[in-house]
Write a protein that binds this ligand. Structure first.
Ligand SMILES: [Zn+2]
Length: 447
């Protein structure tokens, strides 16, 4: 009996040994920030520094032209999680009232998500999100062993859940378990909560200037035309937004170096979409597919900082993130994707390529295609616009009537960005208040 016990102990030690001495599996961290436009970051030419993310960018490959698949959370994040464009996964609509989701299409479980593919590749999968649109009931927890959602919460909520997860994650990695972690931060999303000490530095007069706002619901204020009459408040709102980015960046200065196995990890930082500050007459997001709402950061740190500092000009998309991660971990199953692995691009193997964006809301039915440096925009399914972003990054000079390729590119956009949804979304409705039922009917959400 004694001998059997010792045999079992020796076996256990041996198993532990082999795991401890073999090469540890690469940890993978996918971090997304809601509403983060590129020029909020120093490493993308922003005028206000973001030291933690700028330092991270020096250790990473920087993608200069990442087009968000849409200009608001649900379709973009469904694209990140499936590797499919919104016109292929079909999860493009929701109805929210200030701070809560009333109704939303749900990502069909017929699709293989990134987390599911990572599980198939032997990873433990963890997700922490601070956006209620990404709740389990809307299909965003598919494939996660553990998934926590804080409904529209600041970084402290994510930080709390992260602190709870950290000891287990560290332990699992120590014993050779491969771990994939997804973190989603909500901080720069409106309402902007001015953050100290940054706001006093950026805009000393901010309290007085923001007094003009009758409410914090900037989406409603925009729909009511408030900003047409009060344009002077826009730079002060931008300062408040930037202060939120700066405070999140300060948290990242602690979070990033403390990610277990950071040096040997694949770490990806990106956003779901950007934000308008009166460009093209728009505020917040979910209005259009112009650059302020669709040009997002994409930073990929490879293990041991390989290729650090490389900057890639070719157009890329969030649909590329899933194929990139699955290629990096040599996943056995790689579902069909609209995206490509970006690993070849990082070592200079670039081909001619177009990436796409789509928004399908009652007030905005747009499609866009980026073939760097030309961006074709199809406004409300009919009006074609064409911009040369290398000469005209603000998209003020429409070349659709004069550029010889304009029609061919518009035809390409129409043909490639057709709605072809394999597994249609379901719709989950909560209790909808009476005052919104009429609006819902008008918007075509219900009969
Ligand atoms: Zn968002």
């Amino acid at each position: 009996m004694k001998r059997i016990v010792w045999l079992l102990v020796a076996l256990a030690v041996c198993v532990g040994c082999s795991k401890l001495t073999g090469p540890p599996p690469m940890p993978v961290y996918l971090i997304a920030v809601d509403t983060l436009r590129v020029d909020a970051l120093g490493c993308y030419g922003g005028k206000r520094p973001t030291p933690a993310l700028d330092r991270f960018a020096q250790q990473a490959v920087v993608f200069e032209h990442c087009l968000a698949p849409s200009s608001w959370t649900v379709p973009s994040m469904a694209s990140l999680m499936t590797g499919l464009y919104p016109f292929h996964h079909g999860t493009t609509k929701a109805l929210q009232e200030y701070g809560r989701v009333l109704s939303q299409q749900t990502l069909n479980n017929g699709y293989t998500t990134l987390a599911e593919a990572m599980k198939d590749a032997g990873y433990r999968t963890y997700g922490i999100s601070a956006n209620g649109h990404l709740a389990e009931k809307y299909g965003f927890a598919q494939g996660f062993d553990e998934y926590v959602v804080h409904e529209f919460a600041p970084r402290q909520a994510v930080a709390g859940s992260w602190a709870g997860l950290l000891p287990r994650l560290t332990g699992e990695q120590r014993f050779g378990q491969a771990v994939f972690t997804f973190l989603f931060f909500f901080d720069p999303h409106h309402p902007y909560m001015p953050q100290q000490p940054y706001i006093d530095e950026y805009d000393p007069d901010w309290r007085k200037q923001l007094e003009v706002l009758p409410s914090h619901d900037l989406g409603n204020l925009q729909r009511d035309g408030f900003f047409k009459k009060h344009k002077a408040v826009v730079p002060h709102l931008r300062a408040a937004y930037d202060s939120e980015v700066a405070a999140l960046d300060a948290y990242f200065s602690e979070l990033l170096p403390a990610l277990p196995g950071y040096h040997d990890a694949l770490v990806i930082i990106t956003a779901d979409h950007g934000e308008s500050f009166d460009e093209h007459g728009a505020m917040v997001h979910g209005n259009n597919l112009y650059e302020p709402e669709t040009h997002i950061p994409l930073l990929i740190k490879l293990p041991q900082g390989r290729l650090a500092g490389t900057r890639i000009a070719a157009p890329v998309s969030l649909v590329d993130v899933m194929p990139t991660i699955l290629a990096a971990v040599k996943a056995p199953k790689r579902p069909k994707s609209d995206g490509i692995s970006l690993l070849p691009l990082m070592v200079g193997q670039a081909g001619e390529r177009a990436v796409y964006a789509h928004i399908d809301l009652p007030w905005a039915r747009w499609r866009a295609m980026l073939r760097w440096p030309f961006k074709t925009v199809l406004v409300d399914e009919k009006t074609v616009q064409l911009f040369d972003l290398s000469q005209d990054p603000a998209e003020n000079k429409d070349l659709a009537a004069t550029h010889p390729q304009a029609k061919a590119w518009a035809d390409q956009l129409r043909a490639a960005a057709k709605n072809e949804v394999r597994f249609p979304p379901r719709v989950i409705s909560g209790e909808i208040p009476d005052h919104l039922k009429k609006k819902l009917r008008e918007l075509g959400y219900v009969q």
